[in-house]
Design a protein around this ligand. Structure first.
Ligand SMILES: Cc1cc2nc3c(=O)[nH]c(=O)nc-3n(C[C@H](O)[C@H](O)[C@H](O)COP(=O)(O)O)c2cc1C
Length: 179
């Protein structure tokens, strides 16, 4: 872990008084976002406890068009009960592939049900293909979370062909989490 990431986590610790405890909640259909989440967990894990939740859509559409339609019209997927209370965490990381210029329905469902986000530090991450809609996706995630009281937002995005390039991903993570 480089100094920037360490400093960010330390600052969080100083501000909240809590031990450095992070959670990564993500959805991944074909594995790209999962790959990035794994690298993020390894990096954050060097400094503190990290919980990871991989969301699954129980009502997933199997077709590209079906997935696009559900994402575009802001449908929420059916997801299993999991940890929705995020009070215990100093850093909350939320990840999704960009689908039809927005987030995947499973992450949308999770964000809607999550609570305990007042004044939390948030790291948003996406993976994408062409990049069309990536900012729109991040902006919407940030706006919904800001309405829930989250304050400090960090963001990073990885193009699908770079997700396995660990050094590249680590650099993006460190750049994003720099205080
Ligand atoms: C249904 C669907 C819609 C997509 N829409 C977009 C899009 O709007 N913009 C974009 O840049 N990439 C888009 N992509 C590409 C994905 O964001 C990209 O492949 C991502 O890395 C997949 O992540 P995953 O493997 O974690 O599911 C789309 C892919 C799918 C399957």
């Amino acid at each position: 872990m480089n100094c920037a990431l360490f400093a960010f986590l330390l600052l969080n610790f100083a501000l909240t008084g809590d031990s450095v405890r992070s959670i990564i909640i993500f959805y991944s259909y074909s594995g790209n976002t999962a790959e990035v989440a794994k690298t993020l967990a390894e990096e954050l894990g060097k400094q503190g406890e990290v919980d990871t939740i991989r969301l699954e859509a129980q009502d997933e559409s199997g077709s590209f068009l079906g997935q696009c339609k559900r994402a575009f019209f802001k449908k929420k997927a059916q997801i299993k009960d999991t940890v929705f209370d995020l009070n215990a965490y100093s850093l909350v990381c939320l990840g999704t592939p960009v689908w039809a210029f927005g987030m995947a329905p499973a992450l949308r469902a999770y964000i809607e049900r999550s609570f305990g986000l007042e004044n939390k530090s948030i790291a948003l991450f996406t993976t994408f293909g062409s990049g069309t809609g990536n900012d729109k996706c991040l902006n919407e995630m940030q706006a919904i979370l800001a309405q829930k009281g989250a304050k400090d937002f960090k963001r990073f995005s990885i193009q699908q062909h770079n997700v396995k390039d660990r050094d590249f991903v680590i650099e993006k993570i460190e750049e994003a989490l720099r205080p």
